[in-house]
Design a protein. Sequence first.
Lengths: 114, 113
Amino acid sequence: DAKTTQPNSMESNEEEPVHLPCNHSTISGTDYIHWYRQLPSQGPEYVIHGLTSNVNNRMASLAIAEDRKSSTLILHRATLRDAAVYYCILRVVAGGTSYGKLTFGQGTILTVHP
Amino acid sequence: DGGITQSPKYLFRKEGQNVTLSCEQNLNHDAMYWYRQDPGQGLRLIYYSQIVNDFQKGDIAEGYSVSREKKESFPLTVTSAQKNPTAFYLCASSITGANTEAFFGQGTRLTVV
């Protein structure tokens, strides 16, 4: 299975932008890049996903490198409610033994300072 | 409300007993997943199912069993063979396909004493 690598932790100040990096050098051509976040003692929450082009939604933006070997989740103005563990995962398309598998890594702990 | 429900939120069992965790979804999703999370760690995949009456082992299936008799339900049994069953268990569901988001339940915290 293709793996992702994220920094263990990052810090930000409130109302500043946050760029959370993710490396996925073994990504296959059709794997989707997904981001989730998890607050303490809760289930993960979907944030955003993309394939090749940059994506924006109400929560965040996803910037995908041209070679797709890395991506960056961008929170444009961090709030205290954005403090969470952020997971970057690759979702496998149809076919193959890993079809449908949804595998999480260790994630990045984001701390937001007031 | 549509969503995915795990019950109970907290569960206590004596060592050596099997215990079944419930996961129900009314989102009409084909795919369902079970994860285990230990303190300070990420999620580890136990089992997943893409369709009724079919499921696959994840990365840490030993000591666990599942069934998928109905589309809405994917119960997880933690057997006495699981060496360290105390953990936070999370269930998720999604439409089949890589271009779809997964929805998670609120989890069940299992403590074995």
